[in-house]
Design a protein around this ligand. Structure first.
Ligand SMILES: [Zn+2]
Length: 140
């Protein structure tokens, strides 16, 4: 990611984050690529804090402007849902309310459910957000 892409992306993500009710959250753009190669983007949060870091892979830069917008809306919606996963890990597993097997089962089921729900919501609402102003190759 070039410095210009990082700046453009940071500005754009901040705009969408504000529009999605995340004005009080820090959303940084990571220069690291997502852990999984098949992911266009990935978001990671800090448990108990309104701080998220979004990573973008090479696939993201090959997407259309519409798909880039929907991908970013998708990642930002995760910021609203991730605290529920933290609840399962911290309150249920680390406090030994459930064992490891139950924890993995609950966590994975919630993760899959969130992915499907977030995909649907992002697809439905992305058209209400501005498109990125940079071109397919990251230039204006
Ligand atoms: Zn997702």
């Amino acid at each position: 990611m070039t410095d210009k892409q990082h700046t453009d992306l940071s500005t754009y993500v901040r705009t969408l984050a504000d529009m999605l009710g995340l004005k009080d959250a820090v959303v940084e753009i990571s220069r690291d690529e997502p852990e999984r190669e098949d992911c266009a983007a990935n978001v990671r949060g800090v448990p108990g804090r309104k701080f998220w870091s979004v990573s973008f892979g090479p696939r993201f830069w090959e997407m259309t402007a519409d798909d880039k917008r929907e991908t970013i809306v998708h990642e930002l919606l995760h910021c609203h849902m991730d605290p529920a996963l933290d609840h399962v890990r911290t309150d249920l597993y680390e406090n030994r309310i459930v064992g490891h097997q139950q924890y993995v089962l609950i966590y994975d089921a919630m993760l899959r459910t969130f992915e499907v729900g977030i995909d649907g919501i992002a697809h439905a609402i992305a058209c209400h957000f501005p498109l990125p102003e940079w071109g397919e190759d990251g230039t204006k």
